[in-house]
Structures are given as structure tokens and as C-alpha cells.
Design a protein around this ligand. Structure first.
Ligand SMILES: [Zn+2]
Length: 262
């Protein structure tokens, strides 16, 4: 964790400090070695089973947001279940930054708990997945500027995320081995929870726009209007194709997901 409580104030880890975990009230110790990013650790097991060891990637992402939005403890009043959201914006949108592998079950539990959320996934963790995306992206069918339908989503995107009912933003940027690929460096790819035939809807978003929208509370509105625009566009396209082929018009295959943006 980045923060622990000392005299009821949220404090970052510094050598020799001990603090209190805001989630469980147990003592935590500052870990300030050279191998890992400075953090607070529980003496035994971390109280939130969903918590993953933080990397610089996590810290860099979180640092784009105000301190009071970072590591927010959320509680389900009915069950008493508590979790630490990586970022929770002023209007209640949770942004979870995921570097490690995640099982479908854990993914769904977190989506059910946070409800109003977006994932940001480190797409460079596995070199083979990263490479598959890079090789496939030039073949994506561009339906309008920066909106794409990948031909084979299961091949070019990490499979674990395809069934998510909330937007999944892939961060495929990496300084380690992407030196020649400038096109992708400053963009994210957002997978929308919409299936279009066998494909999915991907939008290329400048990193800065994604962060600005979250900071000024526009993410939910923007997502909504984007999906509305795209669905009109796709239904139109489908109608035109049906007319051209003089075939009976098929039912719309644009399925709206159960987004719960407030
Ligand atoms: Zn704790």
C-alpha cells in the first residue's frame, strides 16, 4: 500500500516507520528497500485478498490522480466486506489498475463489488500477448476514426478480459522493448463491453484524454455518448449492408452492457 495512518494522517512509507492499516486497523511496517517500490506491508497477510504487490506501473498511474482519490476503502454495508479501490473519483467511479494475471472469478467478484468501474490493464506483462496485439493492430477494421473491430479478438487481446461487463483499458505502452513503435506509445486501447457479431469494439484513446476525463468527471458521460454514437453507426451500417445484399434484415447484434455510471 502507498498509504498508512500515523496519528490519523495518511502517510507514505519512509524508513523505520510503522503505521496503521486504514482497512483493518492492524500495524503495518514501512518497506523501503531497493528492489521494490517503497510501500507499507502488513506483518502477516495483507487484509485485502484482492490487493496485489505494487509496481512502478501502479504508482505512476495512481499518481495522475489526487491523493485523496487513491487507495479508498469501500465497504459493503450489508455484508461488511471491505476492499481498497486503487482510485475512486469524486463522482464514485472506481479505476482498478491490474498488472498481475487475474482469474475470471476474481475479476467478476471485483466487478460485482465496485459496480461502477473501469479496469486499466498492463498489456505488456506477457511479451507474447503484447506482441500478438502489436502484430494484429494494423489489420483491425477501422469503423470510424480511432474506433476498431479486431478480426479475432480472442487472438489479439488477453482472453481473461473479453467477457468483462465494464470497460477495460489496455495500456500497451512500454519503454523496454518498444523503442521503434512510436504510434502506440501515447495511446490506450479501450475494450467496450459490447459485442458486434464475432467482434468487439476497441477505441484508441490518448492517455491524456483518459486521465483528463476521469479527473473532471466526464468519463461516464463520454463513454455513454460514445456507445450511443457507435451503436447508431453500426445499426446504420448493418441496414445498408442488408439492403445491398437484399437479404432479410437481421436483428441488431449491438448489445448494450449493464453499465451503471452515475
Ligand atoms: Zn489491513
Amino acid at each position: 500500500m502507498r498509504f498508512a495512518l500515523i496519528n490519523n494522517k495518511r502517510v507514505e512509507a519512509e524508513p523505520n516507520l510503522t503505521g496503521i492499516c486504514a482497512g483493518c486497523g492492524m500495524q503495518v511496517i514501512a518497506k523501503c528497500g531497493t528492489q521494490r517500490i517503497h510501500h507499507w506491508a502488513h506483518r502477516s497477510k495483507v487484509c485485502d485478498p484482492w490487493w496485489e504487490p505494487e509496481t512502478e506501473w501502479h504508482r505512476n498511474w495512481k499518481s495522475n490522480f489526487p491523493l485523496e482519490w487513491q487507495e479508498v476503502i469501500l465497504k459493503d454495508d450489508q455484508t461488511g466486506e471491505k476492499h481498497i479501490a486503487d482510485v475512486r473519483t469524486a463522482n464514485g467511479l472506481v479505476i482498478e489498475f491490474q498488472h498481475s494475471a487475474i482469474s475470471p472469478l476474481v475479476r467478476s467478484s471485483r466487478e460485482a463489488f465496485y459496480r461502477n468501474m473501469i479496469w486499466v490493464v498492463d498489456g505488456t506483462r506477457l511479451k507474447r500477448e503484447h506482441q500478438r496485439f502489436l502484430l494484429a493492430k494494423d489489420q483491425f477494421f477501422e469503423i470510424s476514426q480511432n474506433s476498431f473491430l479486431p478480426g479475432d479478438p480472442g487472438h489479439c487481446l488477453p482472453k481473461a478480459w473479453l467477457a468483462s461487463p465494464v470497460p477495460v483499458v489496455f495500456d500497451f505502452r512500454s519503454d523496454l522493448w518498444l523503442s521503434g513503435s512510436f504510434m502506440i506509445r501515447d495511446h490506450l486501447y479501450c475494450l467496450f463491453p459490447v459485442s458486434i457479431g464475432q467482434s468487439v469494439l476497441l477505441e484508441k484513446i490518448p492517455v491524456k484524454n483518459f486521465i483528463d476525463d476521469a479527473l473532471n468527471g466526464k468519463s461516464p458521460l463520454r463513454l455513454r455518448s460514445y456507445l450511443n454514437d457507435k451503436s447508431k453507426f453500426l445499426i446504420n451500417l448493418q441496414n445498408q449492408l442488408a439492403m445491398l445484399q437484399q437479404m432479410p434484415q437481421r436483428r441488431s447484434t449491438v448489445n448494450f452492457p449493464p453499465l451503471i455510471f452515475k
